[in-house]
Design a binder for this molecule. Structure first.
Ligand SMILES: [Zn+2]
Length: 367
């Protein structure tokens, strides 16, 4: 909010050399900015003298705090935010909250729904990263240490889903793609999230492998010493009535894996050790591939682009056409990129829209 003229005058006042002042002024007057969402830059825009973007949580208390700070800034500097040129952009809040926040700030509401859809897709890409890296490591620590009860595994998967699609309490629940379709490797066009139930079975496979091969671990020695004294073959072993829940559970899971194991299909890694992730993929059964999966998950594209394309090829992008199908209110349903007055659908946005066609044609001859 500092005037560039003031900066230049001040530098002259301090008698800096003219060439130095000119270099400083080039630096402060010609920057381009990008917004980083989940670690990735999103486009560029020119810096303007009075541009200021403030991000905060869309709730009354954080916004009140921002307004209080702006008011304090105004009192100290005498500079005021221009209400006619300021706007508030809201995502992920309900209509009542929107109204309250607009009233609280006095700013105009920037109501571009296309930005909302795009921002939501970017946010989903970030959520996917959190699920596959942070949440999965939390679960896999316990899932690779204990056989967990089914109710716990179901609850873990539910939490994954709710977080990924942002289906928090009180919000309209939209599961863009069925959970079963998500928990498969990317080469089959899925998101590569590991479903808790099968992951836990794949982990149990490691225990079987250790027991069946009498791997020299303290746990195997202990199990052989306590439960399998009279029968060292795990496949014919019957658990005693007074054994622990854990041992009963292992022998029940044996039924799930018996055929696979008796055919000698241990899923081992190249070093000859049991591989939980390879076994998990095997447990998923035969999978049908997705057309363009390699293109979608190409390492040269950014994660937000991959996620948007992945949703688009399955017709699961929250376009205005799909929002209407889901019976969610949209103010107007026309494409905001062209002036054809046509409904904004995935097909229109990626294929039919003349704005996109023109863009594709220009890209095609770009060398
Ligand atoms: Zn269009």
């Amino acid at each position: 909010m500092v005037s560039w003229d003031f900066v230049e005058e001040a530098l002259k006042g301090y008698k800096f050399p003219a060439k130095f002042i000119s270099l400083i002024m080039i630096c402060v007057t010609s920057p381009k900015y990008t917004i980083r969402v989940n670690g990735e830059g999103y486009g560029f825009f020119d810096g303007k003298r009075d541009d200021l973007m403030i991000f905060c949580k869309g709730a009354l208390a954080p916004v009140a705090k921002v307004m209080e700070d702006l008011s304090h800034f105004s009192k100290v500097t005498g500079l005021m935010a221009n209400l006619d040129k300021s706007s508030i952009f809201l995502a992920g809040v309900d209509d009542q909250m929107k109204e309250d926040l607009v009233q609280q700030t006095g700013f105009m509401l920037d109501n571009k729904q296309n930005q909302y859809s795009l921002l939501q897709a970017i946010v989903l890409a970030g959520r996917l990263q959190v699920v596959t890296s942070v949440l999965f490591s939390l679960h896999s620590f316990w899932g690779e240490t204990f056989i967990l009860p089914q109710s716990v595994l179901k609850e873990v998967d539910k939490k994954y889903r709710e977080y990924l699609w942002d289906n928090t309490e009180g919000k309209r629940k939209i599961s863009h793609v069925a959970w079963k379709k998500i928990c498969c490797p990317k080469k089959f066009g899925r998101l590569n999230i590991k479903g808790s139930r099968l992951w836990n079975i794949a982990y149990a496979g490691k225990l079987f492998w250790q027991l069946a091969n009498k791997r020299d671990s303290l746990w195997v020695k202990w199990e052989h010493g306590i439960y399998m004294r009279n029968n060292t073959d795990i496949w014919n072993h019957q658990p005693p009535n007074d054994c622990s829940w854990y041992w009963k559970k292992i022998t029940t899971l044996k039924m799930v894996m018996q055929d696979w194991y008796q055919q000698g299909s241990y899923i081992l890694d190249p070093q000859g050790a049991y591989s939980i992730s390879r076994s998990y993929n095997k447990l998923l059964g035969p999978l049908s591939g997705m057309r363009n999966a390699e293109l979608i998950w190409s390492s040269i594209s950014q994660s937000k682009h991959r996620f948007i394309t992945w949703l688009a090829v399955q017709d699961r992008l929250l376009t205005k056409e799909r929002l209407k199908r889901l019976q969610i209110y949209v103010e107007h349903d026309q494409c905001c990129l062209c002036d054809q007055m046509l409904e904004e659908s995935s097909r229109h946005l990626f294929t039919d829209c003349i704005w996109i066609r023109k863009l594709k044609a220009e890209l095609a001859c770009w060398t």
